[in-house]
Design a protein around this ligand. Structure first.
Ligand code: 4AD
Ligand code: MG
Length: 482
């Protein structure tokens, strides 16, 4: 009987030379001469490949020929100290079984540098590259760390619905969910689509945020968090936006804006520290990769710090807490504003901040993460708590260098009358959120929460520059392949 499979990670960490093992994986590269064949096998468990040494005389000709980049193999053999450079151990093959061949004429991933754009088109295979396997191992570690962080603090993970009847952000950027026959839509008497005939007997869509339901959880369980997919039909074809992304949304009863900022800062530092401590090899690889990319950029666009330094820097510095009003003053007086370099010039209080402004504050002015708070009510969602000045709400956004907005959150409006009025002002129908309003009627209390865009965090941690490269199968305008 064949030996049990050993993962390459385990083999490299705790394999004993002189013993025999069976490994399974995909060929990365192959070199051959008359007397010996070398190939590198990778099984995704770890960044490194293991070098396999095979004797052509002892390997069937058919198998030998089909050992090519991308082929899946099972190899049994003895682990020995390596003679060659670049690895400490290698496997001397006793038996090679070809599990699946990969025609070298057709296999799209060759052992050479491919562009990220090209790899995006072959997302079904790109995880077999060192770069993408590193990214997705880190993504896993970050997911685990999110749950660990909240679990250790006693937060309850609440699964909020993906199909909803409400628009939490009120931005109208939703994907519809329907089971109606689109070629034969039922109509009401006045010619509108009759959603009463639809599956849920009402209009429904994919959620843009789990927050509203999360608040219901917090008003019973105290502290909850959601970590799920969210969907936005905003037509932003940028390197920071996805139509389907994952959001982490904690919600805390009895906590005001400042406590909310504290939690967000603590969480971000925890996650980054977790990556540094647990994903060292993958991060080193991505740091080297980012440094290489940087060399090809014009001087002015190069990063001042390497990836690992940037991560370390976050741990060592407090986030700058700045009110929206202070930020507007800084921006008004800034060089790019005076020299009309911004695409959107900051002229007066109340202006919505564009990413160019956010990046100026973070990258040029403060040179560290910034928490902007107390935004004008007019540019924020209906649920944010109004301040005594009547103009601003207790909102906070966390801005990161190279990324822009990483986190958006607020203290919530807990006063029934004020909330009802705000919702009406923003055109939100009471019958869609009656349940949300009721929490303000029955045992209301101050509470706060925020949303962290998981892929934005992944961008920062991996040093990648396009959000489409940190989620396995990105959805964006014009693309829902795979
Ligand atoms: O600022 P946003 O819209 O806030 C909310 O949805 C609140 N309900 C969160 C809360 O208070 N519970 O989104 C939160 C974060 C943003 O800061 C950003 O990191 C990310 O989600 N995000 C996106 N990430 C990728 N693609 C998009 N299209 C994103 N839109 C927002
Ligand atoms: Mg936001």
């Amino acid at each position: 009987m064949a030996q049990q499979r050993t993962k390459i990670k385990e083999l490299l960490v705790s394999g004993t030379t002189g013993q025999s093992y069976t490994i399974k994986g995909w060929v990365r590269t192959k070199r051959e001469s008359k007397n010996v064949v070398f190939f590198a096998l990778n099984d995704g468990s770890v960044l490194q490949n293991i070098q396999v040494v095979a004797d052509p005389a002892k390997t069937p000709e058919e198998v030998l020929r089909k050992i090519s980049t991308g082929a899946a193999l099972s190899v049994s053999g003895e682990l020995v100290e390596s003679q060659g450079k670049g690895q400490s151990v290698e496997l001397v093959a006793q038996e090679i079984e070809l599990l699946g061949e990969a025609d070298p004429e057709k296999y799209p991933l060759q052992p050479k540098k491919h562009s990220l754009e090209f790899l995006r088109e072959i997302a079904h295979l790109r995880m077999r590259t060192s770069t993408f396997s590193a990214i997705f191992r880190i993504r896993h570690a970050m997911t685990f760390a999110v749950h660990k962080f909240f679990n250790d603090k006693g937060f309850v993970n609440l699964h909020t619905p993906i199909i909803t009847g409400s628009d939490a952000e009120g931005a109208g950027e939703m994907f519809r969910v329907t089971a109606l026959d689109l070629d034969n839509l039922p109509r009401t008497e006045d010619g509108k689509i009759d959603y009463k005939e639809d599956f849920f007997e009402k209009e429904t869509n994919l959620t843009v945020s789990g927050q509203l339901e999360g608040e219901l959880g917090a008003m019973a369980l105290g502290e909850i968090y959601t970590f799920g997919p969210t969907f936005r039909a905003e037509n932003s074809n940028t390197s920071r936006h996805l139509a389907e992304f994952w959001m982490i949304e904690p919600e805390m009863a009895f906590v005001e804006l400042e406590g909310n900022m504290d939690l967000a800062e603590e969480m971000l530092k925890y996650l980054i520290r977790y990556a540094l401590e647990n994903c060292k090899e993958d991060l080193d690889f991505l740091a080297a990769r980012a440094a290489e990319e940087d060399k090809n950029k014009p001087q002015a666009e190069r990063s001042e710090m390497g990836l690992l330094e940037r991560l370390q820097f976050i741990l060592e510095n407090n986030f700058e807490r700045v009110s929206y009003t202070e930020a507007i003053d800084i921006l008004k007086d800034s060089k790019p504003n005076k020299k009309k370099k911004f695409n959107y010039l900051i002229e007066e209080w109340g202006a919505d901040l564009q990413s160019e402004h956010e990046r100026y504050l973070v990258e040029k002015h403060f040179k560290k993460p910034v928490i902007l708070y107390n935004y004008p009510a007019a540019i924020k969602a209906f649920y944010m708590r109004r301040n005594e000045d009547g103009k601003t709400v207790r909102a906070m956004d966390i801005l990161f260098p190279g990324i822009g907005e990483m986190v958006g959150g607020s203290q919530r409006e807990e006063r029934y009358e004020v909330l009802k009025e705000r919702a009406a002002e923003m055109g939100i129908h009471e019958e869609d959120i009656w349940w949300y309003l009721e929490t303000r009627k029955f045992g209301t209390a101050p509470h706060s929460g925020f949303g962290l865009g998981f892929e934005r965090l992944m961008l920062f941690v991996t040093g990648m520059t396009n959000i489409r490269d940190v989620i396995p199968f990105p959805r964006f305008p014009g693309n829902a392949e795979f």
